[in-house]
Structures are given as C-alpha cells and as structure tokens.
Design a protein around this ligand. Sequence first.
Ligand code: HPA
Ligand code: ZN
Length: 341
Amino acid sequence: MPVDLRTYALGLPKAELHLHLEGTLEPEMMLALAQRNGVEVRYESAEAARAAYEFHDLQSFLDLYYAGCAALVTEDDFYDLTWAYLTRAAQEGIVHVEPFFDPQTHTDRGVLFGTVVQGILRALEDGQELYGITYRLIMSFLRDRPVESAMRTLEHARLYRRRIAGVGLDSAEMGHQPEDFAEVFDIARERGYHVVAHAGEEGPPAYIAGALDVLGAERIDHGDACLQSPALLSRLARDRVPLTICPLSNVRLRVVPDMASHPLKKLMDSELLVTVNSDDPAYFGGYLTDNYLAAAEALGLSAAQLTDLAANSFAASFLDDDEKDARILEVRHYAAHTPVE
Ligand code: HPA
Ligand code: ZN
C-alpha cells in the first residue's frame, strides 16, 4: 500500500545533527519546571509564550531562548527536558542524535556543570536503552561571552571527557568571529573532541572559512551564507564538509524570506553534503519531520530526495564508519520497501 509523503518521512530512519536541547523546552514544561523550582518566567500560559515567539532575527530569538533556560535548575530538569525530546524523536524515526547543550547559560546562573551534564547523559543513556537511539553529545560555547568563560567550560568538561563527543560554537554570530576562539578549539582538538561550529547563519562566508581553517570544524552548522561565495561552495563540495541546514529556523529567524526561497535544493544540486535539522523546535514550530516536509512542500522535493537527506544525516554524523554504513543500508532498505503514492 503506497503511503503519503508525511508517513514516508516519519518512518524514514533519520539522524538529527543540529538540535539545541534547551531549544526543545516546550512552554508547558517551562511553566511546570518554573513552578517546581519557584522561578519566575515571563509568561502567564503556554499559549501566551507561543504568541510571544515572533522573531525578526537571531538575537530576538536568543533573548527568549536564554530567558526560558531560567526554568532549568536541577539534574531532574535536564533529564526531563532531554527525555521529552527523545520520546518525540523515537516517534518520528530518529535513531541517532548529536544534540548540543549550552553549559555557560546554566553555570553563569549558578547551576553546576555536573548537574547539567549528568541529567542530560542519564536521559541519553535511557534513550539508547529504551528507544535504541544512539547519541554523541556536543557541548557548545557561547561566542558572545568572553573567551575565558569558554576556556573555563572546557576545564569543567574534563571530568566528562569520554562522555562528551564534541565541542561547538553558537549564540549571536555577528561581530563574534571564529578566530577569537582559536586557542579554546586548539585545546579541545588536542583532547580528542570532535569540532563543529555555527557559521554563516547571519554571518558572512568568511566565518565559515574561519571555522574550517582556524577552529578545525568538521561540520558547519547552518552555513547558508556559503552560497555567496562560489569558491567556498566548491571547497565544501570537494571536501564533503557537511552542512546542518535548519529550514524552519531559517524562515523564523528571517535568514531567508520564506520557505520557497530556501537554498536547500540549490545546495543539494551543488553536490554538498547537506542535512536537515530542527535547531530549536519548541521555538520554531516544528520537529525534524516537520522540517523535512516543510522543505519538501515548498521546494518540490521528491521522496527520493528526502531519502538522500536521511542518508546524508548518517554520512555526516560522528558514528563509526561501520555504524554509518549499517544505518544508510537501513535507509535504502526502507526506501526500497515503502512505495509513496
Ligand atoms: N544560532 C545560534 N545560536 C543558537 C541557535 C542558533 O540558531 N539556537 C540556539 N542557539
Ligand atoms: Zn543552532
């Protein structure tokens, strides 16, 4: 029996490679945790929170995103946050995740690094056991805070070196070039972390080149701006540098005017290793499958192209080569046995 494209995309085995755990904090949970912890949040109701989620750029989103984080205080809060995401992920065919967390957002409020990471890791372990979702956790540095703060965060992480797979760079991009964090990333690479970085979301192509050349990024988060530089575009294609594209995020933060003008298809046609991701789904109105479908509808992507995007999500992951091959085989097997109407 042929299925519709939504059913097809839901069942397609997928990895999510660009997801901020704090960006999965749904308003209902934010209010419940705030009450549990006796913390003030600015919303009367979940509906009021959602109504306030109107953004005109990255900063206008970050202001609400960081304010929402105030509800997260105890280890159980971080567990509940991560567990809620994994439960959703399991229902939509996600079998591997490489989520970010932003330690400084919490440690700067007096929450211990260990409280954050232990809650997250406990949920990720349970998710692997109960849902079969494998994971690689990525710790992101906030580029709009001092380099010394990132360095301290890297030191905090030493106790968890074997359980944190990679480091990343996020938050307000303009005026915060990757080069500023060269030393932090040099040390991180020496300690064996994988490296990713947000670049070219609002920033120029030079920030993408900086992330690659100076930070040693293995993957670029967003990277939309590469289309402004033909030389960079061919470099990314030649070196198979993955981009973690976030379609709904790009529309909501006005990186693109609307989904019909999203460069996803152009990037696929340019032979780039592009993946689709949800970024901050509680704020941008859609989880991973919603992102696949929104892009498919606006850009006319076929089931075969969604299949390629799912295969890319494993190819671009930090899984071992044999795990990647096995997951990609699962994707191709699913495609071969799931006719689309
Ligand atoms: N860009 C930069 N920083 C972020 C984002 C984003 O899309 N989401 C959460 N932190
Ligand atoms: Zn992001």
